[in-house]
Ligand binder design. Structure first.
Ligand code: SF4
Length: 209
């Protein structure tokens, strides 16, 4: 406590005590937080741990980021282009990035009539896509050849050359139908079994005494 030179007397005990009390209260108010409860992390974990399976996590990531390869041989392609546009906004489902290279794609949307002359190229695109990969056959031509089915030059359905996961009927199917097909494919992916079965543990035989 600073000595007040103007005061004629020495500070009393009460003044000294109250001054000391003020200093203690100021120190308390400006003090740092006490050390957190060492068991507080338990509360954090209760709010931040999510129990699930490996299958569920991997399938969630796969179905939420489908990247389609470009394979549009005929007129259904325009409905796909409309689905990609701002009105229907296919990117809501995590698949707005059309890949020009099949090596970066995991979904083939086959939109249009396929001729036998083009078939080997479509198969090559499919083979170049890395696993896992899926196929959506869009339109009557993609399902069965459509109105050109009887032609000797037309493939009667993409499933003749690549394994199809979802079919979208229509000539052409509307963008809503394609979006519904994408949702069906996402449901299918969600049920896939990703983790391989572990080898069964065999109990060692206990010799009889
Ligand atoms: S289904 Fe109809 S719209 Fe689609 S490719 Fe065939 S003819 Fe064209």
């Amino acid at each position: 406590m600073e000595i007040d030179k103007d005061k004629p007397y020495i500070y009393s005990d009460v003044e000294l005590d109250s001054h000391e009390g003020r200093i203690i209260e100021d120190t308390k108010a400006a003090g740092i937080e006490s050390i957190p409860d060492p068991d507080g992390w338990l509360e954090e974990t209760r709010r931040n741990i999510l129990l699930t399976s490996v299958d569920a996590v991997i399938n969630w990531a796969r179905r939420s980021s489908l990247w389609p390869a470009i394979c549009f041989p005929a007129c259904c392609a325009f409905e796909f282009i409309a689905a990609e546009g701002p009105r229907f906004d296919l990117s809501r489902f995590g698949m707005e990035i059309l890949r020009a290279s099949p090596r970066q794609a995991d979904l083939m949307i086959t939109a249009g009539t396929l001729t036998w002359k083009m078939a080997p190229n479509v198969r090559r695109i499919y083979d170049q896509m890395p696993e896992p990969k899926w196929v959506i056959a869009m339109g009557a031509c993609g399902i069965s050849g459509g109105i050109f089915r009887s032609s000797y030059a037309v493939v009667p359905g993409y499933n003749k050359i690549v394994p199809v996961d979802v079919y979208v009927p229509g000539c052409p199917p509307r963008p809503e139908a394609l979006i519904y097909a994408v949702q069906m494919l996402q449901k299918k992916i969600a049920k896939e079994h990703v983790v391989p079965d572990l080898p069964k543990f065999k109990m060692p035989e206990i010799p009889r005494l």
